[in-house]
Ligand binder design. Structure first.
Ligand SMILES: NC(=O)c1ccc[n+]([C@@H]2O[C@H](COP(=O)([O-])OP(=O)(O)OC[C@H]3O[C@@H](n4cnc5c(N)ncnc54)[C@H](OP(=O)(O)O)[C@@H]3O)[C@@H](O)[C@H]2O)c1
Length: 310
């Protein structure tokens, strides 16, 4: 049976004990009652919780499948903990469609959703059609943010995005990369073009963007989303079997995931990190990075020294 054909009642019945307790409408700032740390979008002053959610690979499962349904409590935990930014892309296989199915099932929880996708194709008409398909798949009347994925055909897609923004069809526009080989070109683009957001890879093991792109984004008044905050999970291999230093408690950090996320979002230029996970306990862990204190510059230097020694 197609997942989108499920009535809400049948869907809840299917979830049984697993979902029942998680389908309570969250009370903003999250059912946990702990106020999420937020940062402003420079273009508007609108505040975003610093921990968002990615969907690459984790949400690329067969629509309507059990694997897809198992992601519902993961996404609900995100909203229950005060999450907002969800990042997807037509490049991520079934991710947009699966996200749309889950958002329809969790329609009460989605009220704080800040929906971000990307345009990833060549040609003006192809770009327009792709963005329209994304709106249908995710089930939004308009995206909060559409980003040009990996700079693809950026001059053409930017013209459409500017027109869509002027016409109220999208709220913010941005551009993304996760590849160092695009950094020089991206620097020129950011210096000259009117983006509200830029999305970059940044984590405690890969700090290339600290040199030029993060300061430039700050100078140009652009919000910064951070992809690969765990280096696609590789950071966990570096600390496997190693205990968290006791001083991590000084910035309300109780796990390695929170250590990595708090490092990323405490950079002054960073607005929000978008870690991806398919597991409920990882989502709850990750959302713990979005509350309490963030490390200051002295503590960030200590975190770096510590990572160099593990
Ligand atoms: N060019 C672009 O625009 C671009 C490029 C790359 C990424 N992105 C965006 O950025 C998002 C994040 O990047 P990413 O998915 O490549 O990598 P990532 O978030 O750095 O790492 C994801 C990996 O970390 C694991 N993980 C998550 N939370 C964990 C925890 N608490 N403890 C242990 N392991 C944990 C996940 O496995 P489990 O499922 O087992 O938790 C997954 O394997 C993407 O999903 C996508 O939305 C955009």
């Amino acid at each position: 049976m197609n997942f989108s054909d499920f009535s809400r009642r049948r869907f809840l019945a299917t979830l049984g004990g697993l979902g029942a307790g998680l389908l309570v409408r969250p009370v903003w700032p999250g059912a946990t009652g702990r106020k999420p740390i937020s940062k402003p979008i420079p273009a508007s002053g609108e505040r975003l919780p610093v921990i968002g959610m990615g969907t690459s690979r984790t949400f690329d499962v067969t629509p309507g499948s059990d694997q897809g349904r198992q992601l519902l409590p993961v996404m609900q935990a995100f909203f229950d903990h005060g999450g907002g930014v969800v990042d997807t892309s037509p490049m991520y296989g079934h991710a947009e469609a699966v996200l749309g199915e889950l958002l329809r099932a969790a329609r009460h929880e989605r009220q704080h959703l800040f929906a971000a996708t990307k345009v990833w194709t060549w040609g003006e008409q192809e770009g327009i059609e792709q963005m329209q398909r994304s709106m249908q798949r995710v089930g939004v009347e308009r995206f909060d943010l559409i980003q040009i994925h990996n700079l693809r055909d950026w001059e053409v897609q930017l013209e459409t995005l500017k027109a869509w923004k002027a016409g109220g069809k999208v709220r913010y526009i941005g551009i993304t990369t996760s590849h160092g080989r695009f950094h020089d070109e991206l620097e020129v683009i950011l210096d000259t073009q009117p983006f509200d957001f830029v999305q970059l890879s940044y984590n405690i093991g890969n700090r290339d963007v600290e040199q030029r792109l993060l300061p430039l984004a700050q100078e140009r008044g652009m919000a910064v989303l951070i992809n690969r905050p765990f280096m696609r999970g590789e950071l966990f291999s570096l600390v496997r079997g190693k205990g968290l230093p006791a001083w991590a408690a000084e910035f309300d950090c109780s796990s390695w995931a929170q250590f990595f996320l708090k490092f990323a979002v405490s950079h002054p230029a960073v607005t929000c990190a978008i870690p991806a996970t398919s597991k409920l306990h990882h989502m709850i862990d990750n959302m713990g990075a979005g509350v309490g204190r963030l490390p200051d510059s002295e503590m960030r230097a200590r975190m770096l020294r510590h990572m160099q020694s593990v």
